[in-house]
Design a binder for this molecule. Structure first.
Ligand code: SF4
Length: 436
């Protein structure tokens, strides 16, 4: 059941901790160097740590307060897929220019990031990941043992702590597995545009597979492209409501998956978007606005009925469609096994420019690859599009450069990225592949 009335904030202090229930965080995603926390959440603060919980009393963020914590403004976030992600400032050197966000998500699994350190090797970080349940136990003991006559009703704080304890590591992993089962598998990659909502998306899979099965791609599924039935999509929505439960008020965005949802028929896309909006009650979300993210491909974009874009443009969502172009150089496309011609890629790029001009509520973004060992025509052909085909700088139509190599930060590739970014006339950022 979705609760639309937000409970008031209340707190209790004991010698060990301070507990705040239903604390109000920011209600609008903002790009700011100050570490904002979004949504309504509850918090346990001790002299050593701060733990934050969503409205289902599942831990979602944590940070240490000791001297050994790397940086006071950095923190850990636990995703709905049950990954701990460490948000670092990168010393504020170039993080925003590189990824378009002030905080860099450091992921606990191999990915294609060019920047960031190895925070998961730090003992302070591992300590909090392994000891947060103990902090809840101690908080519960301190409330129960507290003999001082408190002016507030202890019961609701005890209930919160007991519920948070029930959401232990095993339970949280089970919930994540249930989410993966609901989607028909783990979301192996989220669109880069989901950074605008800190990747806080509800995944609704409307189709499976993709058109090309490119040789270079690490996230492709074996499934041939197929659209899911309306019945299956409705069933998924019901299960998602149960999974996100009371915390759904902290969400305002969906990801229509998986790898080429734009290739689905117009009716499926629009009806799924509308059904999600009403079922998840986005108009009552604590977070302002709402967003829809999906992937598209050159062929799904080029064969798309303009009526679909018009219909998407008129929905309450701000829609982001991310299209994998990869390269405008034929030798590179052949090398990576992407079955497209460079001419077709160029046509798709120009169509993206045209649509971005026409549609105020939709932004179509594009991905290109980066690597040290690509044919020499790759970067000039990239600049041929993002510089020569565009006569003045634009604020829309972001291009993401995605390093091909996993776990291979490279100064040379980062240097190349900075050079391309300076020359590009559209916003240009790095794409760090992130799963849900
Ligand atoms: S890059 Fe896109 S189209 Fe190519 S295999 Fe991967 S998911 Fe499919």
């Amino acid at each position: 059941m979705i609760h639309t009335l937000f409970n008031p904030t209340s707190y209790i202090s004991t010698p060990y901790c301070r507990i705040t229930l239903n604390k109000r965080g920011a209600n609008e995603y903002t790009k700011i160097s100050f570490p904002l926390k979004y949504g309504i959440y509850s918090e346990i603060e001790t002299s050593d740590a701060i733990l934050q919980f969503n409205l289902n009393h599942e831990i979602v963020r944590a940070k240490g307060k000791g001297r050994d914590w790397i940086q006071p403004s950095e923190w850990l976030k636990r995703s709905m897929g049950n990954d701990w992600i460490y948000y670092s400032t990168g010393g504020y050197t170039g993080v925003f220019e590189a990824i378009g966000e002030y905080y860099l998500p450091n992921l606990p699994y191999p990915t294609n990031s060019l920047i960031g350190g190895k925070p998961f090797n730090e003992s302070a970080i591992n300590k909090i990941i392994s000891s947060w349940q103990e902090i809840i136990y101690k908080s519960l003991d301190s409330i129960k043992a507290d003999s001082i006559e408190l002016l507030v009703d202890k019961e609701k704080f005890i209930n919160f702590l007991e519920s948070a304890l029930a959401n232990n590591c095993a339970t949280l992993q089970k919930k994540a597995d249930h989410l993966f089962d609901t989607s028909g598998g783990r979301i192996t990659v989220m669109p880069p545009d989901a950074r605008h909502v800190d990747y806080d998306i509800i995944p609704l899979i409307i189709s499976d597979g993709c058109l090309y099965k490119c040789r270079f791609c690490r996230v492709k599924s074996d499934k041939p492209f197929a659209v899911r039935s309306d019945r299956e999509i409705s069933r998924q929505i019901e299960k998602l409501k149960d999974i996100y439960d009371r915390d759904i008020v902290n969400y305002n965005s969906i990801f229509l998956g998986d790898h080429d949802a734009l290739n689905s028929d117009k009716e499926t896309i629009i009806s799924a978007a509308k059904a999600a909006y009403s079922s998840f009650e986005f108009e009552k979300s604590y977070i302002k606005g709402c967003n829809l993210f999906m992937f598209g491909s050159v062929d799904s974009l080029m064969s798309c009925d303009f009526e679909l874009f018009k219909a998407l443009n008129s929905l309450p969502y701000k829609t982001y469609i991310n299209v994998g172009l990869e390269s405008a150089d034929q030798e590179t496309l052949d090398l990576i096994g992407k079955p497209l011609t460079s001419l077709r890629v160029e046509e798709a790029f120009m169509e993206i420019q045209r649509l971005n001009e026409l549609l105020n509520n939709i932004e179509i973004t594009a991905n290109f690859i980066m690597d040290e060992n690509l044919p020499k025509g790759h970067y000039p052909s990239f600049l041929g599009l993002v510089r020569e085909k565009i006569n003045k700088p634009k604020t829309k139509g972001t291009v993401y450069l995605s390093p091909l190599r996993i776990n291979k930060p490279s100064r040379e590739v980062l240097f190349e990225f900075n050079r391309l970014k300076i020359l590009s006339r559209v916003p240009t950022f790095l794409y760090i592949i992130q799963r849900l």
